[in-house]
Design a protein around this ligand. Structure first.
Ligand SMILES: *Cc1c(COP(=O)(O)O)cnc(C)c1O
Length: 377
């Protein structure tokens, strides 16, 4: 049998960009070039001065435009990425109890963080098998924790306020880390839509960003006025005050902010979320359409309504070990298509974030067909 690393994919089949990882994910060269062009006046300058604060302001306004946020919504940001935002939320967003829909690695992690917080009164966790999604249950919790796109399994959910729950009774807080910018949502159904910019926003990690409704802002302010102890670095009240001045509490990564703004401007200049999500839609129909014709590839998510258009999880026939397919692809510059390990399946996982060219998804499927044919010869 041919060794996977010796397989050569013909150059004309290769994608224009070989980065298909789900985070960090493809950073557009145009953005990197634009950063290089302003480096001498932007990088290495104070985040308390106009140059960087204007960039933070563009990030905040650009997201308000992209998501068509109603009056009263605000963009709040701080350092640490989504994982740190979960900890911040246990101090500054959850009053007492939260309900978590848990259906993969990331949704489970927030549930775990809230369950472990000694100052909270416990969590309700509603689980579903990987590859599916649970429904919320009526409850008197004060935060409903949803996940727009479960990156570990490739399940995307439609965001809906749980039946009968208004924002006064319970906030809907959504982990949108791999969804924001690539999936559509309605602000009326959500109070806090939070994410990090290393996925659809084609930037680097280390920042959390939260779009907050007036009810979420009110909650943050009320919690900040309470006497519950919280570390200053993850105090949402302090983050809100700083965000309103287009700053962060401590020094942010300036390149991360710049690259995110570049991507947001790119989306907005081309038509906003319809355009960016439309790119992901085209990639998704290419890859799922290909699986229908394929003898060896099937979507892991059996319910087409739950199949993500930003992260595809593809099961391979056992005759073709995913490790071999990945090794052959990596030898040809196609990176990071491995499935989420803990699922323990013979699986590939592919980013279809808006920054990925839909034509490159078509090219990827042709490359996979070539690799599998070579492995079986
Ligand atoms: C990537 C990801 C995270 C983790 O983000 P960090 O910025 O690395 O903390 C959380 N939730 C989801 C859904 C993700 O895709």
């Amino acid at each position: 049998m041919v060794s996977p690393a010796d397989i050569r994919i013909p150059a004309e089949l290769l994608p224009s960009d070989g980065r298909f990882g789900v985070g960090p994910s493809v950073v557009r060269q145009e953005a990197v070039d634009a950063l290089a062009a302003v480096a001498r006046t932007y990088m290495g300058t104070s985040h308390r001065q106009a140059g960087v604060r204007d960039m933070v302001g563009r990030l905040r306004q650009g997201l308000i435009d992209l998501f068509s946020l109603p009056d009263g919504w605000e963009i709040v940001l701080g350092n640490g990425g989504t994982t740190v935002f979960w900890d911040a939320a246990t101090f500054g967003l959850i009053d007492e109890r939260s309900q978590h829909l848990s259906f993969g690695e990331f949704s489970a992690k927030f549930a775990k963080a809230a369950a472990a917080a000694p100052h909270l009164a416990g969590v309700e966790v509603i689980e579903a098998e990987p590859g599916s999604a649970p429904s919320p249950k009526p409850s008197d919790v004060d935060v409903d924790a949803l996940t727009h796109n479960e990156t570990s399994t490739g399940v995307a959910t439609e965001l809906r306020r749980p039946d009968g729950v208004s924002a006064e009774e319970g906030l809907v807080a959504v982990d949108a880390t791999s969804a924001a910018g690539g999936l559509r949502w309605e602000p009326a159904e959500v109070d806090c839509y939070y994410f990090a910019p290393q996925k659809c926003f084609g930037s680097d990690g280390g920042l959390w960003i939260a779009a907050c409704s007036p009810a979420a802002i009110e909650r943050i302010e009320r919690r900040a006025a309470s006497d519950r102890w919280r570390p200053a670095s993850i105090d949402l009240g302090i983050a809100l005050e700083n965000s309103r001045r287009n700053q962060t509490y401590n020094t942010p990564a300036l390149a991360t902010i710049f690259l995110a703004v570049h991507q947001i401007d790119w989306f907005n200049a081309n038509g906003g979320i319809e355009w960016s999500a439309g790119r992901s839609d085209r990639s998704a129909s290419a890859i799922y359409g290909w699986t229908e014709a394929s003898e060896y590839a099937t979507p892991f998510v059996t319910d087409p309504a739950l199949r993500s258009s930003v992260v595809a999880t593809i099961d391979l026939d056992d005759r073709y070990p995913a490790d071999d397919v990945m090794a052959a692809c990596a030898a040809n510059g196609i990176r990071d298509i491995g499935g989420y390990r803990k699922l323990g399946r013979n699986q590939l996982r592919v980013s279809m974030f808006p920054g990925v060219d839909p034509d490159d998804i078509v090219a990827l499927t042709a490359c996979l067909d070539h690799v599998v044919a070579a492995l079986s010869s």
